[in-house]
Write a protein that binds this ligand. Structure first.
Ligand code: XMP
Length: 516
């Protein structure tokens, strides 16, 4: 955790709180989210230079409204209240908030009354498109506040107490549907609060190295489970830069990886980055344990258990191992700061789930302050290849959950060949970065075909390509027909054992992205 944080966002449970943080960081100003239950002394200890009060689903006058310390408004810090945040300012400062005759949700026009502070980028009388989402409305502001923007429904749509540098919006400047919201946020950060845009990936790398060195001290070995994914790669690169050869990576080859994947990971980390990598080839053990298993949950359980056993055994061979690197990202951390109460456990990194508790290792989480796109920026800053940084997610259980039915070496071989074609063609099409994932699935279905003069009775490959922003929901990608045709022709011609290719047109929900 950084000692001082230029902007603290006090969270009252808005679905948009993360988005506020991202918008601020996009301006190269570091910020963090704190729960509204955080005592004011703790907030002050972070030495913020500006405060944002988020929106939230509650009513300020409700009995179970989230806690709020009015002293926060007396700190003399530039403050921006958004939606619920500005209603709090009104309610706690002696104004009036009441239920609106009708809930306002969707686009609205705000007229600029006074082009000051957060509205300084605009002209008096200018009309701005904004996004509203609120059930209550402000009917009177406390003394000292003036309206600086109004809408047909809401006279106090944007308010200010200019001398105290306190501003409030009834609408959401952070969402895409407020097209000029970024100008308002910039005006708040740079003109009102006088901050400087100095939070860069380079600065993050320096800070992260210092804090890793401080955390692990001068002795002791740090171990890191390498999966070849973005997060573990960037985390390993950072820790290596901080402590050099005291980092030992463990790369478990479970035999369920894609074509050439193990070689590529080793070439990059051992070869190019000169990191110590313990390569454990456990393919035979995994395949042996998976023999005869067709149930998806059983496959996952077996793979998870064997991974932990193999990893632990290897870790025990490393002298003085005291720390374990985890690729926890900021969204996982935020889940635990919500005022609704911390979620029971912070999500553990999929591929090393369950390891830390069993192994009594202290955690090193160098990415816990970053969003995914920031992890990529930091990786690029450290010279990691584009292909690693823009990799599609790949599940811990690997090809086993894309090889429906029994997982055997010959079937994995067929799947790997089909998947390689999908990866090649998607990359060539230029669509790679617009897709969340694209891959092949081998189905345990045989159908009749005819090749040359011969009848075939072979397996079927399904192609899955989806668009998604977080993997929680997804839509099947409308791939061009010509691309689908190329995929089908190449897979059927080049992969022996496959005589039919189908395209998966199911969205999530109700389907899932993976087939198992
Ligand atoms: P589903 O299939 O649940 O997948 O729609 C959502 C996203 O999560 C990935 N996924 C996993 N990632 N370990 C992982 O590291 C797993 O066990 C796992 N299962 C699914 C999946 O690839 C998709 O991006």
């Amino acid at each position: 955790m950084a000692a001082s944080v230029p902007v603290l966002i006090v969270d009252f449970g808005s679905q948009y709180t993360q988005l506020i943080a991202r918008r601020i960081r996009e301006n190269r100003v570091y910020c963090e989210i704190v729960s509204c239950t955080t005592p004011t002394e703790q907030i002050l200890a972070r030495q913020p230079r500006a405060i944002v009060l988020s929106g939230g689903p509650s009513s300020v006058y409700a009995e179970d409204a989230p806690p709020f310390d009015p002293a926060l408004l007396e700190l003399g810090l530039p403050t921006l209240g958004i939606c619920y945040g500005v209603q709090l300012m009104a309610h706690r400062g002696g104004g009036r908030v009441a239920r609106a005759a009708r809930r306002e949700y969707g686009p609205a026009e705000v007229k600029v009354e006074r082009p000051v502070g957060v509205f300084a980028p605009f002209a008096a009388g200018e009309s701005l498109q904004v996004w509203m989402s609120h059930g209550d409305r402000i009917e009177a502001m406390p003394e000292g506040f003036v309206p600086i923007g109004s809408s047909a429904n809401t006279p106090f749509c944007a308010v200010a107490c200019v001398e105290r540098k306190i501003y409030g919006f009834q609408f959401h400047p952070e969402v895409y549907h407020t097209p000029r919201g970024h100008e308002m946020l910039r005006a708040f950060l740079f003109d009102v609060a006088g901050l400087t845009p100095d939070w860069t990936p380079g600065q993050f790398v320096d800070q992260a190295m210092a804090s890793i060195q401080q955390r692990v001290g001068a002795t002791g070995t740090v171990i890191c489970g390498l999966s070849g994914g973005v997060d573990s790669s960037v985390a390993a690169a950072l820790v290596h830069r901080a402590i050099g050869s005291r980092l030992h990576c463990i790369f478990v080859d479970n035999g369920l990886l894609r074509h050439n994947e193990a070689d590529e990971v080793l070439r990059l980390f051992r070869g190019r980055m000169d990191i110590t990598v313990h390569h454990v080839n456990a393919a035979a053990r995994f395949l042996d344990e998976l023999k005869g298993i067709v149930d998806p949950e059983q496959k996952r359980k077996i793979i998870g258990r064997v991974f932990i056993e193999v990893f632990e055994a290897e870790a025990r061979r490393i002298d003085n191992a005291r720390y374990l690197v985890q690729g926890t990202l900021y969204p996982d951390v935020i889940e635990s700061v919500s005022f609704k109460g911390p979620s029971a456990v912070i999500k553990s990194h999929h591929n090393v789930g369950g390891l830390p508790e069993k192994m009594h290792l202290a955690l090193v989480e160098p990415l816990r302050e970053l969003f995914k796109d920031e992890v990529r920026e930091v990786g690029a800053q450290m010279g990691l290849p584009h292909d690693i940084l823009w990799r599609h997610p790949f599940p811990g259980p690997g090809l086993a959950i894309r090889c429906l039915g029994e997982v055997t070496e010959p079937r994995l071989d067929v799947l790997r060949k089909a998947d390689t074609i999908v990866q090649e063609e998607i990359r060539t099409s230029g669509l790679q970065s617009s897709l969340w994932q694209a891959f092949a699935v081998l189905l345990p279905v045989r159908s009749v075909g005819v090749m040359g003069d011969e009848r075939t009775y072979d397996e079927c490959v399904a192609i899955r390509a989806v668009q998604s922003s977080d993997g929680m929901t997804a839509d099947w990608a409308r791939l061009p027909h010509d691309l689908l045709a190329t995929l089908s022709t190449r897979i059927i011609n080049e992969v022996k054992g496959v005589n039919r290719v189908v395209y998966d047109i199911s969205s999530k929900p109700p389907a899932t992205i993976e087939w198992e």
